[in-house]
Design a protein around this ligand. Sequence first.
Ligand code: FES
Length: 180
Amino acid sequence: MSVTPDDRSASLAGADAPATTDDVAAAVADVCAAHGDRPDALIEMLHAIQARLGHVPPQAEPLIAARLNRSRAEIHGVVSFYHDFHTAPAGRRVIKLCRAEACQAVGCEDLANHLHRAHRLGSGATTPDAAVTVEDAYCLGNCALGPAALVDGELQGRVTAERLDRWIAEARIPRGEAAE
Ligand code: FES
């Protein structure tokens, strides 16, 4: 299951303020109760917790495990298996660069190398100022216009290093100082 743009918007809204222990406990209790504490709804629960807190904090795992009568290892296994789940707050801007075959044929690996060299952003990394998170994606359904990316949930085609630089620079402009 993938995170929808709406989920992403909701999660980004909470990205600036780290969740407190009480926030995490309340989110887990509310979400688990809303899903009837059903283990088969674990993925949906994790998405709901991420939408509320901006990520799935490690301290949520034992709380979820207790509610679902499962081991923490089982919960952690699911959280770590799916790329959509973040265990730390994502940056204000999330760039998902497609690394699948058709985009590889038109240079997505050069773009990934550029992100790494110019911005020290490998897959899953967030800039120290929490402005930008970069993630991998595997086919965004935009193969004819590759290299493709999702930028804050918006599909982009014909991505270039210059466009990546611009998206990153925009995200780093302090709030209230953006042009327009
Ligand atoms: S392979 Fe990149 S959008 Fe399909």
